[in-house]
Design a protein around this ligand. Structure first.
Ligand code: ZN
Length: 249
């Protein structure tokens, strides 16, 4: 999916915020590592707001209060026990049958109505916790930093404006956010998903039963093949989630 954001504005904004902010190193409890960020939480929030506006325009979001309330209630419980509480989490329902969910920078989480309908509360908690895991581990921010850092450096070296390339970098992140991260990032989000859903009082086995539903769904419709192929093999994820559940019990 591609977003036609007002990209020039976004570029200028990100660039100015990066120049003002400099680089900070923090210990990230989600990854258990010290990590350096030049896109700080404030810049991430600005970027997220812009993406959210674009999603509002491009996707059909549900206004059904019952469905939203269920997602919000579960989402807030999970977010509250996560490793990251310096962003304001928001929960949205996308009117789509396909089993999918994604998180954007700054704490916006989107779950498809088809997934919400098919998942019980433990499974939904696991899915949301997986997305919260991506936010806590700052996966999209790291992707953007990697893409921007290279583009900025090369444009400085060449003495030309790297604006177009930076815009491409922003597109890359939008694509990643909606289609999935690297396998390593997905496995970490699964582990964090198990951890957070358990801490929030849900049965972490929901992660495994959700994957099983996803697998069934993938067999019966051609829809989910994209989702399944862009993520690590589902059987591997079930195995790894099972190991993690045994650890947190
Ligand atoms: Zn993921």
């Amino acid at each position: 999916m591609f977003f036609k954001v007002k990209k020039i504005m976004l570029f200028v904004l990100i660039f100015v915020l990066i120049l003002l902010g400099g680089c900070t190193t923090i210990y990230n409890p989600a990854t258990g590592r010290k990590e350096s960020f030049f896109i700080d939480t404030k810049t991430e929030a600005v970027l997220g707001k812009d993406m959210a506006k674009e999603i509002d325009r491009e996707m059909k979001l549900s206004g059904d209060p019952m469905v939203l309330e269920r997602l919000e209630k579960i989402g807030k419980r999970v977010a509250a026990v996560s490793d990251r509480t310096d962003v304001s989490y928001s929960f949205n329902v996308v009117e789509e049958k396909e089993f999918n969910a994604f998180a954007i920078p700054g704490g916006g989480i989107y779950v498809n109505s088809g997934l919400l309908l098919a998942a019980n509360d433990d499974e939904l908690a696991a899915v949301v916790a997986h997305e919260v895991g991506h936010i806590a581990a700052r996966h999209s921010v790291k992707r953007l930093q990697a893409a921007l850092g290279y583009q900025l450096l090369s444009s400085i070296a060449l003495g030309v404006s790297g604006e177009d390339k930076v815009l491409q970098a922003v597109d890359v992140v939008f694509g990643v956010v909606t289609l999935g991260y690297s396998r390593k990032d997905e496995y970490l989000a699964d582990r964090l998903g198990v951890k957070y859903s358990k801490l929030a009082g849900f049965n972490p086995q929901g992660m495994v039963t959700f994957f099983q539903k996803l697998k069934q769904e993938g067999k019966s419709s051609s829809f989910n093949l994209v989702f399944l192929s862009s993520h690590p093999p589902i059987d591997e994820r079930i195995k790894e989630a099972g190991k993690e559940i045994a650890l947190v019990r």
